[in-house]
Design a protein around this ligand. Structure first.
Ligand code: AMP
Length: 248
């Protein structure tokens, strides 16, 4: 069984994001970039399924600028077998990403499509759902546990009230939540070995997808600085403060 994993290159989660002085964009000059953390979890899950003998091949796909190659090499070092880079320097919105992944899926015919639940740069939380709709495939979003058995996949999802398990027919789209697994540390020898794994270079046009933006960003701004909090010494004092602030 083949698994397709989508990996996005984003500003590293440890970086405090800055806005350009003219408010036109987020400043990513000289900023550390990494694989989106939820996508690392997606790759890790695919690799674990392969190690368990349930998946035979893992294909990683990334859409974006030239440097996405580094992100794909990381996926290959973690255990993916092949990579597909769809190179474009323009910002690509979730719908265009979903269309591109659909095109790759039509060629590769994976039974499992693993994505992160959200990219930590746009925080859209849309791509997996759009992809499932475009493929007319079942979806299990916010996966905290994935079990492949009897030709279907059981996805335990984190929902507001607790956990829910859904059984999906294959091929299925899964988006990963934080608790699914803890991704392995990528060792240098694996990174070196990953350089020899196949990485296919393509463009959106080759997949027949128009990636022109449909959204217009008016401006970017830093959130307002929060006021410092205060420390109270007793529950009585806390209640008095909350009453004074008309919270209770
Ligand atoms: P989003 O809907 O933008 O929050 O992204 C959700 C997930 O879609 C990410 O965690 C990735 O798995 C995938 N994804 C989004 N954008 C890209 C991209 N440019 N390249 C590869 N995968 C992507």
């Amino acid at each position: 069984m083949k698994a397709l994993v989508a990996v996005k290159r984003v500003v590293d989660f440890n970086v405090k994001v800055r806005v350009k002085s003219d408010g036109s964009d987020v400043d990513i000059d000289n900023v550390k970039m990494s694989m989106n953390p939820f996508d690392e979890i997606a790759v890790e899950e695919a690799v674990r399924l392969k190690e368990a003998g349930k998946v035979s091949e893992i294909v990683a796909v990334s859409i974006g600028g030239k440097k996405c190659e580094d992100t794909l090499r990381t996926a290959l070092a973690m255990g993916a077998d092949r990579a597909v880079h769809i190179e474009t320097e323009s910002a690509v919105e979730p719908l265009a990403v979903a269309k591109l992944i659909k095109a790759v899926a039509e060629k590769e015919q994976p039974q499992l499509l693993l994505l992160g639940k959200q990219a930590i740069d746009d925080d859209a939380n849309q791509t997996a759902q759009m992809l499932a709709a475009l493929l007319n495939a079942p979806q299990g979003t916010f996966a905290g546990k994935v079990v492949l058995e009897n030709g279907e996949v059981l996805v335990t999802r984190e929902i507001d009230g607790g956990l829910e398990t859904v059984a999906l027919k294959l091929p299925a789209v899964i988006s990963t939540d934080l608790r699914l697994n803890e991704p392995r540390f990528v060792k240098l020898p694996n990174l070196m070995a990953a350089k020899k794994k196949p990485l296919e270079k393509t463009t959106p046009a080759e997949w027949g997808v128009d990636v022109a933006g449909r959204l217009k960003t008016l401006s970017y701004a830093e959130p307002k600085a929060r006021q410092a909090g205060i420390r109270v010494n007793s529950v009585e004092e806390l209640v008095a403060k909350l009453q004074a602030a008309k919270v209770i």
